[in-house]
Design a protein around this ligand. Structure first.
Ligand code: ADP
Length: 437
């Protein structure tokens, strides 16, 4: 299921970013291509102005001057002297001279259609005695109907008794090639970027999903472990109930006791699981109030001392000599943590051992310490014992220990923004330290 979600998220992430990138690339290409054509048109108009001014000033047009101007802007010039072709090159890309002629005729036609009014006014000016006039017009010229084929200009130069018509064509195929190259470059870059984005999205969404996958795995493990733990007391209850049917009154009492004990175990396990589930759902209320930890420790000591004695253990308590300030904590929950630690200490310390309960107040931090002379915890288990349902191998068979106590304790401490750690006690045993800010 997660694999499908992973692929779906990857496709969505990569798709959206790729679409944004492609749209941006297209916008850039549009602006840049428009700029190229506009610049070329502006530079063409500038050149035509220069050529027209030079033409006005020269009385003879030399071939040398024309070819110099031609090569300057990649232009083709066609000159008609009093209507007679004077200079006529075959246009690049045209196999026949007649094709060039047809092109020129079409260009002149376009010019006359578009600028008829201007020509008439120029002629009128002539009639008023302006015998040396020069008129020129520039326009995009697309003889085959495609976009951006040529920029064309027609210059009309009228002298006293002669007229000179010059057609200048600027083929735009070189711009088209440039644009084509630019588009190909963008396509390659976009494809590469989409591939990189897809890879990145794959790893990125994978990492995003990791905590969810982990959570799901933990939930499954939790349910499996809980079912396993519940199965044992349940099967004991069922078989005791079966035996009850055929047992005499005296034996029946024993079976009923067993049923009650196992039921109590199941109830405590279910309570623990509910506590952890509430904590996962952020439904585990902590109500911090000013709590006097020394009093709390003393009360806990008094509650556990008889139990320790029953197990032939010595329970000691050490409190700071001076009074400690009140701690902002939920006294009931902290007392629950101490109960878990003391229950464990009593369970995992052989008879004749010792358990010490102490409180330290150093640098605005409270340390609640439960130290025992018990079996100790191997280094490889030290981190795992705070995991749900984890029990070190040697204690697996201990009845009533489901491996949830320390998980609950660490949740409570975490909600108080504190820490819980375990270290070895010199000479054997463990020391659990709860630090509260
Ligand atoms: P449990 O209900 O099994 O005690 P906990 O979460 O309280 O579950 O503890 C987890 C495991 O940590 C225990 O099964 C035990 O192996 C180990 N442990 C906890 N406290 C002690 C201790 N004081 N001494 C030795 N081992 C301990």
């Amino acid at each position: 299921m997660f694999q499908k979600v992973h692929l779906y998220l990857t496709a969505m992430c990569a798709g959206i970013t790729a679409a944004i990138m492609v749209v941006m690339s297209l916008c850039y290409l549009y602006i840049s291509e428009k700029g190229l054509y506009d610049n070329q048109y502006a530079s063409f108009q500038n050149d035509i102005n220069t050529i027209a001014t030079s033409l006005e000033q020269q009385s003879i047009i030399s071939m040398e001057w024309l070819s110099k101007m031609e090569s300057r802007g990649n232009y083709s010039f066609y000159v008609l002297d009093n209507g007679i072709p004077f200079l006529y090159n075959r246009l690049v890309g045209f196999s026949e001279m007649s094709d060039t002629k047809a092109l020129l005729d079409k260009c002149l036609e376009t010019y006359e259609d578009s600028f008829a009014y201007e020509i008439v006014s120029t002629e009128r000016d002539l009639n008023f005695g302006l015998y040396n006039t020069c008129f020129h017009a520039e326009f995009p010229f697309n003889p085959t109907g495609r976009k951006h084929e040529y920029y064309a200009s027609v210059i009309e130069l009228n002298r006293n008794d002669s007229s000179l018509q010059m057609v200048i064509l600027c083929a735009l195929d070189f711009l088209e090639e440039q644009i084509h190259r630019q588009r190909t470059r963008f396509l390659v870059i976009d494809i590469a970027a989409v591939l990189v984005l897809t890879l990145f999205s794959f790893f990125f969404t994978g990492r995003l999903l990791q905590p969810i996958i982990e959570n799901r795995r933990n939930q499954t493990a939790f349910i499996a472990a809980a079912s396993h733990e519940l199965r044992t007391p349940l099967s004991v209850i069922l078989s005791a109930a079966d035996c009850c049917r055929s047992a005499d009154t005296k034996k029946r009492e024993g079976f009923l006791d067993t049923i009650r004990q196992e039921g109590a175990l199941m109830s405590s396990l279910i309570n623990d699981m509910l506590t952890l589930s509430n904590s996962d759902n952020h439904n585990f209320p902590i109500r911090p109030k000013e709590a006097e930890l020394d009093t709390l420790l003393m009360n806990t000591y008094e509650a556990f001392e008889p139990l320790a004695r029953k197990h032939s253990l010595t329970l000691g308590i050490t409190l700071p000599e001076s009074t400690v300030p009140a701690c902002m904590a939920d006294a009931e929950r902290i007392s629950q943590v101490l109960s878990i630690l003391l229950h464990n200490a009593i369970s995992y310390t052989p008879s004749g051992g010792r358990i010490d309960l102490s409180l330290l107040y150093i640098k605005n931090r409270f340390s609640l310490i439960v130290a025992d002379t018990g079996i100790g915890i191997p280094d490889e288990d030290k981190k795992k014992i705070f995991d749900r349902f984890y029990r070190a191998e040697k204690s697996r068979s201990t009845k009533g220990h489901f491996g949830l106590g320390l998980s609950i304790a660490s949740e409570i401490v975490r909600l108080h923004h504190g820490t819980i750690t375990v270290t070895d006690r010199p000479g054997g045993g463990s020391i659990f330290t709860v630090m509260l800010p």
